[in-house]
Design a protein around this ligand. Structure first.
Ligand SMILES: Nc1ncnc2c1ncn2[C@@H]1O[C@H](COP(=O)(O)OP(=O)(O)OP(=O)(O)O)[C@@H](O)[C@H]1O
Ligand SMILES: [Mg+2]
Length: 384
Protein backbone atom coordinates (compact mmCIF):
# COMPACT_ATOMS: atom_id res chain seq x y z
CA UNK A 1 0.00 0.00 0.00
CA UNK A 2 1.36 3.38 -0.93
CA UNK A 3 0.36 6.66 0.74
CA UNK A 4 1.30 10.11 -0.44
CA UNK A 5 0.55 13.71 0.45
CA UNK A 6 -0.10 16.51 -2.06
CA UNK A 7 0.07 20.19 -1.13
CA UNK A 8 -1.28 22.91 -3.38
CA UNK A 9 -1.29 26.64 -2.83
CA UNK A 10 -2.34 28.27 -6.06
CA UNK A 11 -2.61 31.67 -7.65
CA UNK A 12 -5.75 32.57 -5.66
CA UNK A 13 -3.45 32.95 -2.61
CA UNK A 14 -6.28 31.63 -0.44
CA UNK A 15 -4.25 29.05 1.47
CA UNK A 16 -3.02 25.47 1.34
CA UNK A 17 -5.08 22.49 0.23
CA UNK A 18 -3.50 19.26 1.41
CA UNK A 19 -4.65 15.71 0.71
CA UNK A 20 -3.46 12.35 1.93
CA UNK A 21 -4.02 9.81 -0.81
CA UNK A 22 -3.70 6.13 -1.34
CA UNK A 23 -2.05 5.25 -4.63
CA UNK A 24 -3.61 2.17 -6.13
CA UNK A 25 -1.43 2.01 -9.22
CA UNK A 26 -0.88 0.23 -11.48
CA UNK A 27 -4.37 1.28 -12.35
CA UNK A 28 -6.99 -1.31 -12.99
CA UNK A 29 -9.16 -0.58 -15.96
CA UNK A 30 -11.89 1.95 -15.17
CA UNK A 31 -10.83 2.18 -11.54
CA UNK A 32 -9.33 5.49 -10.49
CA UNK A 33 -5.76 4.80 -9.46
CA UNK A 34 -5.90 7.10 -6.49
CA UNK A 35 -8.19 7.58 -3.52
CA UNK A 36 -8.26 10.65 -1.26
CA UNK A 37 -8.35 9.61 2.41
CA UNK A 38 -8.08 13.03 4.08
CA UNK A 39 -8.32 16.69 3.06
CA UNK A 40 -7.16 19.68 5.08
CA UNK A 41 -7.41 23.33 4.03
CA UNK A 42 -5.41 25.93 5.89
CA UNK A 43 -6.13 29.55 4.96
CA UNK A 44 -3.27 32.03 4.83
CA UNK A 45 -3.32 34.88 7.35
CA UNK A 46 -4.24 38.21 5.78
CA UNK A 47 -0.72 39.61 6.23
CA UNK A 48 0.90 36.59 4.54
CA UNK A 49 -1.58 36.72 1.69
CA UNK A 50 -0.78 40.43 1.23
CA UNK A 51 2.97 39.72 1.27
CA UNK A 52 2.61 36.95 -1.34
CA UNK A 53 0.48 39.22 -3.49
CA UNK A 54 3.07 41.95 -3.19
CA UNK A 55 5.87 39.51 -4.14
CA UNK A 56 4.04 38.92 -7.43
CA UNK A 57 5.35 42.30 -8.59
CA UNK A 58 8.88 43.73 -8.40
CA UNK A 59 9.53 45.37 -5.05
CA UNK A 60 12.04 46.46 -2.47
CA UNK A 61 14.47 43.83 -1.09
CA UNK A 62 12.43 41.10 -2.74
CA UNK A 63 15.11 38.35 -2.62
CA UNK A 64 15.18 38.56 1.17
CA UNK A 65 11.40 38.79 1.47
CA UNK A 66 10.93 35.88 -0.96
CA UNK A 67 13.28 33.68 1.08
CA UNK A 68 11.37 34.46 4.27
CA UNK A 69 8.04 33.85 2.53
CA UNK A 70 9.37 30.47 1.36
CA UNK A 71 10.23 29.57 4.95
CA UNK A 72 6.82 30.66 6.17
CA UNK A 73 5.09 28.69 3.44
CA UNK A 74 7.10 25.56 4.30
CA UNK A 75 6.00 25.92 7.93
CA UNK A 76 2.35 26.15 6.80
CA UNK A 77 2.86 23.12 4.60
CA UNK A 78 4.34 21.21 7.56
CA UNK A 79 1.33 22.12 9.70
CA UNK A 80 -0.99 20.75 7.01
CA UNK A 81 1.08 17.55 6.78
CA UNK A 82 0.87 17.09 10.55
CA UNK A 83 -2.89 17.70 10.51
CA UNK A 84 -3.31 15.09 7.76
CA UNK A 85 -1.22 12.53 9.66
CA UNK A 86 -3.19 13.17 12.85
CA UNK A 87 -6.56 12.87 11.12
CA UNK A 88 -5.60 9.58 9.51
CA UNK A 89 -3.74 8.09 12.48
CA UNK A 90 -0.60 7.67 10.37
CA UNK A 91 3.08 8.32 11.01
CA UNK A 92 5.64 10.09 8.82
CA UNK A 93 7.15 6.70 7.96
CA UNK A 94 3.86 5.56 6.43
CA UNK A 95 4.08 8.27 3.77
CA UNK A 96 6.18 7.68 0.68
CA UNK A 97 6.53 11.33 -0.27
CA UNK A 98 5.01 14.79 -0.06
CA UNK A 99 4.48 16.68 -3.32
CA UNK A 100 4.69 20.40 -2.52
CA UNK A 101 3.85 22.80 -5.32
CA UNK A 102 5.16 26.04 -3.78
CA UNK A 103 3.78 29.51 -4.35
CA UNK A 104 4.09 30.89 -7.85
CA UNK A 105 5.25 34.51 -7.83
CA UNK A 106 6.47 34.73 -11.44
CA UNK A 107 5.52 32.67 -14.46
CA UNK A 108 7.39 33.83 -17.58
CA UNK A 109 7.67 30.90 -19.98
CA UNK A 110 8.34 33.31 -22.84
CA UNK A 111 10.83 35.57 -21.06
CA UNK A 112 13.64 34.09 -23.09
CA UNK A 113 17.29 34.32 -22.16
CA UNK A 114 17.97 34.24 -25.89
CA UNK A 115 21.62 34.56 -26.70
CA UNK A 116 22.00 33.78 -30.38
CA UNK A 117 25.77 33.41 -29.91
CA UNK A 118 25.38 30.21 -27.86
CA UNK A 119 23.22 28.45 -30.41
CA UNK A 120 21.37 26.89 -27.47
CA UNK A 121 17.56 26.89 -27.35
CA UNK A 122 16.26 29.77 -25.26
CA UNK A 123 14.40 29.07 -22.01
CA UNK A 124 11.92 31.08 -20.00
CA UNK A 125 11.44 30.84 -16.26
CA UNK A 126 8.89 30.16 -13.56
CA UNK A 127 9.37 30.77 -9.85
CA UNK A 128 7.61 28.99 -6.99
CA UNK A 129 8.52 30.13 -3.49
CA UNK A 130 9.06 27.27 -1.06
CA UNK A 131 11.67 25.78 1.25
CA UNK A 132 11.45 22.04 0.54
CA UNK A 133 14.55 21.30 2.65
CA UNK A 134 12.83 22.85 5.67
CA UNK A 135 9.65 20.91 4.89
CA UNK A 136 11.63 17.64 4.81
CA UNK A 137 13.28 18.64 8.09
CA UNK A 138 9.97 19.49 9.78
CA UNK A 139 8.05 16.44 8.56
CA UNK A 140 10.61 13.64 8.28
CA UNK A 141 9.14 12.72 4.89
CA UNK A 142 10.74 12.80 1.42
CA UNK A 143 9.62 16.00 -0.29
CA UNK A 144 9.22 16.46 -4.04
CA UNK A 145 9.16 20.11 -5.10
CA UNK A 146 9.90 22.37 -8.05
CA UNK A 147 7.71 20.47 -10.49
CA UNK A 148 7.67 23.04 -13.26
CA UNK A 149 11.30 23.92 -14.00
CA UNK A 150 12.34 20.77 -15.84
CA UNK A 151 9.56 21.13 -18.38
CA UNK A 152 10.67 24.71 -19.05
CA UNK A 153 14.25 23.53 -19.43
CA UNK A 154 12.97 21.12 -22.07
CA UNK A 155 11.37 24.00 -23.97
CA UNK A 156 7.88 23.69 -22.48
CA UNK A 157 5.51 26.11 -20.78
CA UNK A 158 5.93 24.36 -17.41
CA UNK A 159 2.15 24.47 -17.14
CA UNK A 160 -0.42 23.11 -16.89
CA UNK A 161 0.92 19.91 -15.33
CA UNK A 162 -2.39 18.43 -14.25
CA UNK A 163 -3.87 17.17 -17.56
CA UNK A 164 -2.17 13.75 -17.32
CA UNK A 165 -3.74 13.33 -13.88
CA UNK A 166 -7.11 14.61 -15.09
CA UNK A 167 -6.96 12.02 -17.88
CA UNK A 168 -6.18 9.24 -15.45
CA UNK A 169 -9.07 10.13 -13.14
CA UNK A 170 -11.73 11.59 -15.45
CA UNK A 171 -10.80 10.26 -18.90
CA UNK A 172 -13.19 8.00 -20.75
CA UNK A 173 -12.15 5.61 -23.52
CA UNK A 174 -15.34 6.11 -25.53
CA UNK A 175 -16.02 9.84 -25.46
CA UNK A 176 -14.26 13.19 -25.16
CA UNK A 177 -14.14 14.59 -21.66
CA UNK A 178 -13.04 18.07 -20.63
CA UNK A 179 -11.99 19.18 -17.16
CA UNK A 180 -11.54 22.82 -16.21
CA UNK A 181 -9.77 23.85 -13.04
CA UNK A 182 -10.89 27.31 -11.95
CA UNK A 183 -8.30 28.52 -9.45
CA UNK A 184 -6.76 31.99 -9.62
CA UNK A 185 -6.22 31.26 -13.31
CA UNK A 186 -8.28 28.69 -15.19
CA UNK A 187 -6.84 25.75 -17.11
CA UNK A 188 -8.59 23.20 -19.25
CA UNK A 189 -7.73 19.57 -20.05
CA UNK A 190 -9.30 17.79 -23.02
CA UNK A 191 -9.07 14.03 -23.20
CA UNK A 192 -9.93 11.93 -26.25
CA UNK A 193 -9.74 8.12 -26.30
CA UNK A 194 -8.42 8.13 -22.75
CA UNK A 195 -6.80 4.97 -21.40
CA UNK A 196 -5.87 3.44 -24.73
CA UNK A 197 -2.94 3.78 -27.11
CA UNK A 198 -4.76 6.36 -29.25
CA UNK A 199 -5.21 8.67 -26.26
CA UNK A 200 -4.95 12.33 -27.17
CA UNK A 201 -4.62 14.76 -24.31
CA UNK A 202 -4.30 18.50 -24.62
CA UNK A 203 -4.45 21.19 -21.98
CA UNK A 204 -3.66 24.87 -21.55
CA UNK A 205 -4.50 27.93 -19.49
CA UNK A 206 -7.74 29.59 -20.61
CA UNK A 207 -7.26 32.92 -18.86
CA UNK A 208 -8.43 34.33 -15.55
CA UNK A 209 -10.21 32.16 -13.04
CA UNK A 210 -11.07 33.74 -9.70
CA UNK A 211 -8.13 36.15 -9.46
CA UNK A 212 -9.81 39.22 -10.94
CA UNK A 213 -13.18 38.60 -9.24
CA UNK A 214 -11.36 38.13 -5.90
CA UNK A 215 -9.44 41.38 -6.41
CA UNK A 216 -12.59 43.34 -7.24
CA UNK A 217 -14.71 42.10 -4.35
CA UNK A 218 -11.79 42.69 -1.98
CA UNK A 219 -11.38 46.25 -3.21
CA UNK A 220 -15.08 47.12 -2.88
CA UNK A 221 -16.36 44.93 -0.07
CA UNK A 222 -13.22 43.87 1.79
CA UNK A 223 -14.08 40.21 1.25
CA UNK A 224 -11.63 37.52 0.12
CA UNK A 225 -14.06 36.24 -2.48
CA UNK A 226 -17.61 36.73 -3.72
CA UNK A 227 -19.36 33.88 -1.90
CA UNK A 228 -21.27 31.77 -4.42
CA UNK A 229 -21.05 34.68 -6.85
CA UNK A 230 -23.91 36.39 -5.02
CA UNK A 231 -22.61 39.91 -5.62
CA UNK A 232 -21.92 39.21 -9.31
CA UNK A 233 -25.47 37.88 -9.64
CA UNK A 234 -26.84 41.27 -8.55
CA UNK A 235 -25.09 43.20 -11.32
CA UNK A 236 -25.69 43.73 -15.03
CA UNK A 237 -23.04 42.67 -17.51
CA UNK A 238 -21.49 45.78 -19.14
CA UNK A 239 -21.22 44.83 -22.78
CA UNK A 240 -18.57 47.41 -23.69
CA UNK A 241 -16.36 46.21 -20.86
CA UNK A 242 -16.92 42.55 -21.72
CA UNK A 243 -16.00 43.13 -25.38
CA UNK A 244 -12.92 45.06 -24.33
CA UNK A 245 -11.75 42.26 -21.99
CA UNK A 246 -12.34 39.68 -24.72
CA UNK A 247 -9.88 41.45 -27.05
CA UNK A 248 -6.98 40.25 -24.85
CA UNK A 249 -4.47 38.61 -27.21
CA UNK A 250 -3.70 35.72 -24.84
CA UNK A 251 -7.26 34.41 -25.26
CA UNK A 252 -6.72 34.12 -29.00
CA UNK A 253 -3.30 32.43 -28.96
CA UNK A 254 -3.12 28.81 -30.05
CA UNK A 255 -1.93 26.37 -27.35
CA UNK A 256 0.48 25.45 -25.86
CA UNK A 257 0.06 28.46 -23.60
CA UNK A 258 0.09 29.34 -19.94
CA UNK A 259 -0.32 32.51 -17.96
CA UNK A 260 -0.56 33.93 -14.46
CA UNK A 261 -0.87 37.06 -12.39
CA UNK A 262 1.98 38.39 -14.53
CA UNK A 263 -0.72 39.18 -17.10
CA UNK A 264 -4.14 39.00 -15.40
CA UNK A 265 -3.67 41.48 -12.56
CA UNK A 266 -5.31 44.69 -11.32
CA UNK A 267 -3.26 46.87 -13.69
CA UNK A 268 -4.50 44.81 -16.64
CA UNK A 269 -8.11 45.22 -15.49
CA UNK A 270 -7.66 48.94 -14.90
CA UNK A 271 -6.82 49.56 -18.57
CA UNK A 272 -10.30 48.35 -19.51
CA UNK A 273 -12.31 50.25 -16.88
CA UNK A 274 -14.22 53.51 -17.16
CA UNK A 275 -15.00 55.66 -14.15
CA UNK A 276 -18.77 55.59 -14.75
CA UNK A 277 -19.05 51.81 -14.31
CA UNK A 278 -20.83 50.55 -11.18
CA UNK A 279 -18.67 48.20 -9.09
CA UNK A 280 -21.37 45.52 -8.94
CA UNK A 281 -21.72 45.57 -12.73
CA UNK A 282 -17.95 45.18 -13.14
CA UNK A 283 -18.15 42.07 -10.91
CA UNK A 284 -20.97 40.64 -13.04
CA UNK A 285 -18.88 41.32 -16.14
CA UNK A 286 -15.75 39.66 -14.72
CA UNK A 287 -17.81 36.57 -13.90
CA UNK A 288 -19.26 36.56 -17.41
CA UNK A 289 -15.79 37.08 -18.92
CA UNK A 290 -14.35 34.11 -17.01
CA UNK A 291 -17.24 31.88 -18.12
CA UNK A 292 -17.01 32.97 -21.77
CA UNK A 293 -13.23 32.53 -21.94
CA UNK A 294 -13.62 28.92 -20.79
CA UNK A 295 -16.67 28.15 -22.93
CA UNK A 296 -14.95 29.61 -26.01
CA UNK A 297 -11.97 27.33 -25.53
CA UNK A 298 -14.22 24.32 -25.08
CA UNK A 299 -16.06 25.13 -28.29
CA UNK A 300 -12.86 25.75 -30.24
CA UNK A 301 -10.87 22.76 -29.03
CA UNK A 302 -13.48 20.14 -28.13
CA UNK A 303 -16.72 20.92 -29.98
CA UNK A 304 -17.73 17.25 -29.59
CA UNK A 305 -17.39 17.21 -25.79
CA UNK A 306 -20.64 16.57 -23.98
CA UNK A 307 -19.21 16.75 -20.50
CA UNK A 308 -17.28 19.45 -18.65
CA UNK A 309 -16.11 18.62 -15.15
CA UNK A 310 -15.25 21.68 -13.06
CA UNK A 311 -12.76 21.72 -10.20
CA UNK A 312 -10.98 24.39 -8.16
CA UNK A 313 -12.72 26.95 -5.99
CA UNK A 314 -14.61 28.31 -9.01
CA UNK A 315 -16.77 25.17 -8.91
CA UNK A 316 -18.22 26.55 -5.66
CA UNK A 317 -19.26 29.81 -7.32
CA UNK A 318 -22.87 29.10 -8.27
CA UNK A 319 -23.19 32.20 -10.47
CA UNK A 320 -20.03 31.32 -12.41
CA UNK A 321 -21.22 27.72 -12.85
CA UNK A 322 -24.58 28.92 -14.11
CA UNK A 323 -22.98 31.34 -16.62
CA UNK A 324 -20.62 28.59 -17.77
CA UNK A 325 -23.58 26.29 -18.38
CA UNK A 326 -25.40 29.10 -20.26
CA UNK A 327 -22.42 29.52 -22.61
CA UNK A 328 -21.97 25.78 -23.15
CA UNK A 329 -25.40 24.64 -24.28
CA UNK A 330 -25.67 20.90 -24.85
CA UNK A 331 -22.73 20.23 -22.54
CA UNK A 332 -23.23 18.78 -19.07
CA UNK A 333 -21.35 21.18 -16.77
CA UNK A 334 -20.83 19.69 -13.30
CA UNK A 335 -18.54 19.90 -10.31
CA UNK A 336 -16.03 17.04 -10.02
CA UNK A 337 -17.78 16.32 -6.71
CA UNK A 338 -20.32 14.36 -8.79
CA UNK A 339 -17.40 12.20 -10.01
CA UNK A 340 -16.35 11.45 -6.45
CA UNK A 341 -13.49 13.96 -6.16
CA UNK A 342 -14.46 17.26 -4.46
CA UNK A 343 -13.27 20.32 -6.41
CA UNK A 344 -10.76 21.59 -3.83
CA UNK A 345 -9.00 18.21 -3.66
CA UNK A 346 -8.25 17.70 -7.33
CA UNK A 347 -5.14 19.84 -7.80
CA UNK A 348 -3.61 18.78 -4.46
CA UNK A 349 -4.22 15.13 -5.41
CA UNK A 350 -2.52 15.80 -8.75
CA UNK A 351 0.66 16.87 -6.96
CA UNK A 352 0.58 13.75 -4.78
CA UNK A 353 0.29 11.74 -7.98
CA UNK A 354 3.12 13.67 -9.64
CA UNK A 355 5.27 13.11 -6.54
CA UNK A 356 4.70 9.36 -6.87
CA UNK A 357 5.80 9.61 -10.50
CA UNK A 358 8.97 11.47 -9.50
CA UNK A 359 9.84 8.88 -6.84
CA UNK A 360 9.54 6.16 -9.50
CA UNK A 361 11.48 8.30 -12.02
CA UNK A 362 8.48 8.22 -14.31
CA UNK A 363 7.65 11.13 -16.56
CA UNK A 364 4.83 13.40 -15.40
CA UNK A 365 4.55 15.97 -18.18
CA UNK A 366 2.98 15.62 -21.60
CA UNK A 367 4.64 17.31 -24.57
CA UNK A 368 1.19 17.52 -26.22
CA UNK A 369 0.23 19.90 -23.38
CA UNK A 370 3.30 21.96 -22.52
CA UNK A 371 5.00 21.94 -25.92
CA UNK A 372 8.28 20.63 -24.47
CA UNK A 373 10.67 18.53 -26.53
CA UNK A 374 9.48 15.46 -24.66
CA UNK A 375 7.97 14.15 -21.47
CA UNK A 376 10.23 14.58 -18.44
CA UNK A 377 10.52 13.35 -14.85
CA UNK A 378 9.26 16.37 -12.91
CA UNK A 379 10.45 17.60 -9.55
CA UNK A 380 13.46 17.72 -7.26
CA UNK A 381 13.62 15.25 -4.37
CA UNK A 382 14.61 16.38 -0.87
CA UNK A 383 15.18 13.18 1.13
CA UNK A 384 13.76 12.87 4.65
N1 LIG B 1 -18.09 29.41 -1.99
C1 LIG B 1 -17.37 30.04 -2.91
N2 LIG B 1 -17.95 30.94 -3.72
C2 LIG B 1 -17.24 31.60 -4.66
N3 LIG B 1 -15.94 31.41 -4.86
C3 LIG B 1 -15.30 30.54 -4.09
C4 LIG B 1 -15.96 29.80 -3.08
N4 LIG B 1 -15.05 29.00 -2.48
C5 LIG B 1 -13.87 29.22 -3.10
N5 LIG B 1 -14.01 30.15 -4.06
C6 LIG B 1 -12.99 30.70 -4.94
O1 LIG B 1 -11.98 29.76 -5.12
C7 LIG B 1 -10.70 30.33 -4.86
C8 LIG B 1 -9.77 29.25 -4.38
O2 LIG B 1 -9.70 28.26 -5.37
P1 LIG B 1 -8.49 27.28 -5.53
O3 LIG B 1 -7.93 26.96 -4.20
O4 LIG B 1 -8.95 26.19 -6.39
O5 LIG B 1 -7.50 28.18 -6.34
P2 LIG B 1 -5.94 28.25 -6.35
O6 LIG B 1 -5.45 28.24 -4.95
O7 LIG B 1 -5.57 29.39 -7.21
O8 LIG B 1 -5.51 26.91 -7.01
P3 LIG B 1 -4.81 26.53 -8.40
O9 LIG B 1 -3.80 27.57 -8.73
O10 LIG B 1 -4.24 25.20 -8.10
O11 LIG B 1 -5.81 26.37 -9.43
C9 LIG B 1 -10.99 31.42 -3.85
O12 LIG B 1 -10.00 32.42 -3.92
C10 LIG B 1 -12.34 31.92 -4.35
O13 LIG B 1 -12.17 32.84 -5.38
MG1 LIG C 1 -6.15 27.43 -3.28
Amino acid sequence: MQFLIGLMSGTSLDGVDGVLVQNLSPSLLKTPSLKVLQHVFMPFDADFRAELLSLNTPGNNELHRAALAGNRLARSYAQVVHALLKASGMQANDIQAVGAHGQTVRHRPLEFDADPATGQPAVGYTLQLNNPALLAELTGIDVVAEFRTRDLAAGGQGAPLVPAFHAEIFGNPSHTVAVVNIGGISNISIMRNASNEKAEIIGFDCGPGNALMDHWVHLHQGKDYDTNGEWAAQGQVIDALLQSLLTEAFLHLAPPKSTGRDLFNPAWLQQHLRTDYQAVDVQATLCEFTAIAIAQDLKRHAPEAKQLWVCGGGALNAQLMSRLQAHAPGVQVASTEAHGLPPLQVEAAAFAWLAAKAMKRETGSLESVTGARGARVLGAIYPR
